[in-house]
Write a protein that binds this ligand. Structure first.
Ligand SMILES: [Zn+2]
Length: 186
């Protein structure tokens, strides 16, 4: 990190700046505590100042399985592809904010998912860091999707290539022609 990190006041200001950005994107206070080093009481105070409301009580959504159901999986996989592009040069809090903002921009004109909140996005990153979830390339299209870190079949197929039947109405299957071309190319 830069020399700024060793200067407490500047470091504190940077922390608060990024915390405000995360709050504006909808983050819960637990996310602030984890990625900005704000204390619990300061995170709660800032939450009230920025949102005008008391922080919601109760547990964060902690189920890894949630990310594996069809729609959330597509959103989670897209978010993580974006997130990785930022982590190489930014620290966690900035990567999270920038990636989530970009994710929302990409989905603005299309089919956004209000359930895939920034708090979910952060939870996803934690599940990947703790090796509960991982990116796995689809055996059909090659795109990395979020999947279980263990016990995955070699012929794993992603949520787009292998949608559940109830999703079929809004999903356009690849044509025979595409399949044939892919085989010839391979
Ligand atoms: Zn695929």
């Amino acid at each position: 990190m830069s020399v700024l990190s060793s200067k407490p006041i500047i470091s504190e200001l940077k922390n608060i700046n990024i915390a405000i950005e995360l709050l504006e994107l909808g983050a819960r206070t637990q996310v602030l505590e984890a990625v900005t080093q704000l204390t619990k009481s300061r995170a709660s105070k800032l939450y009230r100042e920025v949102t005008g409301e008391s922080p919601p009580k109760g547990q964060l959504p902690f189920s890894a399985d949630w990310f594996l159901s069809w729609r959330p999986n597509i959103h989670a996989s897209l978010f993580y592809l974006i997130y990785k592009r930022y982590t190489a040069r930014l620290h966690d809090a900035e990567s999270l904010a920038k990636a989530y903002r970009r994710y929302k921009e990409i989905l603005d004109d299309s089919d956004s998912s209000p359930e895939f909140t920034i708090t979910r996005a952060w939870t996803l990153v934690r599940f990947i860091e703790s090796e509960v979830l991982a990116e796995r390339p689809c055996s059909e299209c090659g795109v990395p999707f979020i999947a279980h870190a263990q016990d995955l079949p070699d012929d794993y197929r992603c949520a787009i290539c292998n949608p559940p039947s109830r999703a079929g109405r809004t999903y356009k299957a690849p044509t025979e022609g595409v399949m044939v071309n892919r085989k010839q190319a391979g």
